[in-house]
Ligand binder design. Structure first.
Ligand code: ADP
Length: 497
């Protein structure tokens, strides 16, 4: 019983990783996932492809470590992505509509106009947006021929990817989800822990299609022997960002993690109280254990690693992302150049959808290194903006001070960017001990349920960063640079929220 197997079903790939008693990753396998773009702004996945990939990567890992050595199976997944399938056969009734899909923008505007905004925020902790599952499910029910009638006959299951996988893994025995995935549907009442009848009614969603909502760890049946050659107990399920928080051992209120991938997702543990944000942050369920929910405040930065991709692909300033580190070291530390990556508008705390990007402060002496450094630095400035807004919300709710930022994701490999992040924040930055924190979080949930891992206090004690960056910049330098950033942001604002 030397391992816990984690399935990490992400937007672009499906992976399985076996973790040992110390939370170290061992055998693993991954498969890329096809992105289907049926129309501009639409993004779909084939649920059958996802299911086949899960089987294949799990079989590979189980084959390597031996089914008898696996204590439990945990699942983590891309959130919000919406699947409908036939309750009797498990066959998908449409492609999955992926979280990035914007086809329900008009329905969301309609909900806004009808005044549903306040109810959505009070009940679900979210802001009305096509991102979440609710309007995607409503779209499927209205646009897939016969689906609504079939749903009325209770022959349809809806679920996020976790739910679909639980159903498939258990041979149709379970139609369940966990509270973190439920919290991202925009149908779940996060305070009372139940589906919201008013939203279901408005969106024409028959309650029978919804999965039962469970704790993040516990009994989720067993993955059938047919799938991986041996029956494996499923003991943990969590959405990806919440799983990453668990993998980063953010187990106490005020602990916070940021995942720097294409975008950046920041999640703060706010304890047993959900926060009514004044800064358009999202309130969500961090996890639910023994029926008790711990809440989180969540914010995101649209352009993190994507800014580096842009420097690479659109400007050709670097050949690959990793080169940005050495080039940034060549930059003039006082170049005065700022890159505001408002390519899709500005998020928290400015919220200006009409803003567009800019490079400001150029002089005759400015060069490529200054622009690359400004690109990396923009990630630090945006993080400071976001944390400022979160801090504000957390202070009002009397959650303790944020002491350190725990980070993971592709960009954390960049030492220059991480040092600059600590400098601009004026706070320590700790890099996760392993790259796969999301999968580790799923393994922790499952492994705790199987008594394979210790409790949260033990996980927190044992958690050690792979690197810690202390701020080295003087206070005056930090504040002067940040003031320059705010000024640069001010120049690109359009005033359109
Ligand atoms: P995702 O899960 O969103 O695909 P990853 O965690 O794999 O993201 O991180 C990839 C992102 O990180 C890319 O946008 C890439 O530009 C950026 N990135 C990767 N390595 C570096 C690096 N050394 N320096 C700066 N950015 C990097």
């Amino acid at each position: 019983m030397g391992h816990v197997l984690a399935i990490d079903q992400g937007t672009t790939s499906t992976r399985a990783i076996a973790f040992d008693e110390a939370g170290r990753p061992g055998a693993s396998a991954a498969l890329p996932l096809n992105q289907i773009f049926p129309a501009p702004g639409w993004v779909e996945h084939d649920p059958n492809e996802i299911w086949r990939a899960v089987c294949e990567v799990c079989r590979s890992v189980v084959g390597e470590v031996g089914a008898e050595n696996i204590a439990a199976l945990g699942i983590t997944n891309q959130r919000e992505t919406t699947v409908v399938w036939d309750r009797a056969t498990g066959d998908p009734l449409h492609n999955a509509i992926v979280w990035q899909d914007r086809r329900t923008a008009a329905l969301c505007e309609e909900l806004e106009r009808e005044g549903w905004g306040a109810h959505v925020t009070e009940t679900t902790g979210l802001l009305i947006d096509p991102y979440f599952s609710a309007t995607k499910l409503a779209w499927l029910l209205s646009n897939v021929s016969g689906l609504h009638e079939k749903a009325e006959r209770n022959e349809v299951c809806f679920g996020t990817i976790d739910s679909f996988l639980l159903y498939k893994l258990t041979g149709g025995a379970l139609h369940m989800t966990d509270a973190t995935n439920a919290a991202r549907t925009m149908l779940f009442d996060i305070r009372n822990g139940r589906w919201d009848p008013k939203l279901l009614d408005r969106l024409g969603i028959p309650a029978g299609v919804l999965p039962e909502v469970r704790d993040n760890r516990g009994e989720f049946g067993a993955a059938l022997k047919g799938a991986f050659g041996a029956a494996l107990p499923i003991r943990g399920v969590a959405g990806d960002q919440q799983a990453a928080s668990k993998g980063q051992a953010c187990v106490r209120p005020s602990m916070i993690k940021a995942t720097y991938g294409t975008g950046c997702f920041v999640v703060a543990n706010t304890g047993d109280g959900d926060i009514d944000s004044e800064n358009r942050m999202l309130s969500t369920v961090l996890w639910q254990l023994d029926g008790a929910r711990t809440y989180a405040l969540e914010g995101s930065i649209f352009m993190a690693g994507a800014t580096i991709q842009w420097l690479r692909d659109n400007l050709g300033l670097i050949g690959e992302a990793a080169e940005s580190e050495d080039i940034a070291k060549e930059a003039n530390p006082d170049s005065g150049v700022y890159l505001v990556p408002a390519f899709q508008g500005l998020g928290a705390p400015v919220w200006d959808a009409g803003a567009r990007g800019a490079i400001v402060g150029l002089s005759r002496a400015s060069n490529k290194a200054d622009i690359v450094a400004a690109g990396l630095e923009s990630v630090a400035f945006q993080t400071r903006d976001l944390l400022g807004a979160m801090r504000d919300d957390m202070a009002k709710a009397r959650i303790g001070e944020i002491e350190v930022l725990r980070v993971d994701g592709g960009m954390t490999a960049n030492g220059w960017a991480m040092q600059r992040l600590a400098d601009i924040l004026g706070e320590a930055v700790e890099v996760a001990p392993i790259a796969e924190t999301t999968a580790l979080g799923a393994a922790y949930f499952a492994g705790q349920a199987a008594d394979f891992y210790g409790d949260d206090a033990e996980l927190a004690r044992e958690w050690t960063p792979s690197r810690r960056y202390e701020p080295q910049m003087s206070e005056s330098d930090r504040e002067a640079r940040y003031a320059g950033w705010l000024e640069a942001v001010d120049r690109v604002r359009s005033g359109k929220t």
